[in-house]
Design a protein around this ligand. Structure first.
Ligand code: PHE
Length: 346
């Protein structure tokens, strides 16, 4: 018994002195003092000893136990002080490491809208903002869409509970288009007027790859003496060529909107089939990209402009639609998904 205690002491003091990491020391500690550790198990043998042997072995055992414990503790301190690098000779590389900051960038819609703003800024259009939460008046009534008029069905509207704001129920809504900027711009800026308004719009849509409840619009209003459909055609072409390149052809087709007369759909030649007709354009070779037209005289009047003196054009483009065509994106919902895999492509 005496010699096995001495053997344990010798072996482990040696192991402890050679340990280089705290982990190694933990393992040694367990091998000695763990549940089945060599020191832990030793006292079980004591019953076999004679009383005089016990008298000798007891203190020896205690002394070895304490010595090993303090040797481990001492070595722990050494390792902590000196550090792993010096003990192992592996040396720490303390040169500053270049940690590249993760770079963010503007959302593709924001990037695109900045380009639009730059272009129309050069053409003399000023930016104008209108509220997302607006009244029935600006979104519909003053745009020649009276209450109960069947044309309201063109916009599936989200109404706001206005009980607590003192506004008559059904009169406060999330704007369905950026056309809610039209009357405000006419009243604020006066003539001649060239304004652009970009921002979010909301509709009570059945959401799918081509429709979302939240989307962007890009509105322009141009009012001056003798403004005509020719200006609309020219601006549409200039705009679409700036986005898709000089090859793209543009046309206007008759379309009904209550606040324009005549009304038009701005169409671009399908960028996928170059006008031949494909699945995406439904075989017609053209894609409708905006609603537009000559501003209705009633709307000009509502905006404080004399329609016998001035005329105007307006349009509303969908930026998402344009980006989808430009980059071949199939699902409109990606824009608001927050999916970094999608966003990092831009
Ligand atoms: N506001 C219309 C829409 O969202 C588009 C439009 C704008 C039509 C301006 C004509 C003139 O559907």
């Amino acid at each position: 018994m005496e010699s096995s205690i001495s053997q344990i002491k010798k072996d482990y003091l040696d192991k402890i002195s050679r340990a280089k990491t705290l982990k190694e020391l933990d393992d040694i500690f367990l091998a000695l003092f763990g549940k089945n550790g060599e020191i832990t198990l030793l006292p079980k043998e004591f019953s076999k000893l004679t009383p005089s042997e016990k008298q000798k072995i007891g203190p020896l055992f205690n002394a070895v136990k304490t010595e090993l414990e303090s040797a481990i503790e001492k070595r722990r301190e050494e390792i902590r002080e000196v550090g792993y690098a010096e003990l192992t000779g592996e040396g720490l590389d303390l040169q500053p490491v270049e940690v590249k900051p993760r770079k963010g960038h503007l959302h593709p819609i924001t990037q695109f809208e900045k380009e639009i703003i730059d272009l129309f800024d050069k053409l003399g259009f000023q930016q104008f903002d209108a509220p997302h939460v607006d009244t029935d008046e600006y979104n519909f009534e003053l745009l020649n869409i009276p209450a109960e008029h069947p044309a309201r069905d063109l916009w599936d509207t989200l109404y706001i509970d206005s009980k607590n704001s003192g506004i008559q129920p059904g009169k406060l809504l999330l704007r369905t288009h950026t056309s809610n900027a039209q009357i405000r711009a006419m009243r604020d800026i006066k003539t001649p007027l060239r304004m652009m308004s970009l921002g979010r719009c909301f509709r009570y849509e059945a959401v799918d790859a081509r429709h979302n409840h939240t989307f962007e619009q890009f509105e322009i209003v141009y009012v001056d003496k003798r403004v005509s459909m020719t200006n609309l055609q020219y601006l549409s072409e200039t705009f679409l060529k700036a986005i898709f390149g000089p090859e793209i052809k543009t046309r206007l087709r008759p379309k009904y909107f209550p606040f324009v007369e005549p009304g038009a759909g701005v169409e671009g030649e399908c960028v996928f089939c170059k006008g031949k007709g494909c699945r995406i354009c439904g075989g017609v070779g053209w894609l409708e990209l905006a609603g537009a037209g000559m501003i209705h005289p009633t709307v000009l009047q509502n905006g404080g402009i004399n329609p016998s003196e001035y005329s105007g054009i307006a349009w509303g483009f969908g930026p998402e639609r344009l980006i989808m065509l430009k980059y071949g994106i199939a699902d409109l919902r990606e824009f608001l998904s927050g999916d970094l895999k999608f966003l990092e492509k831009f």
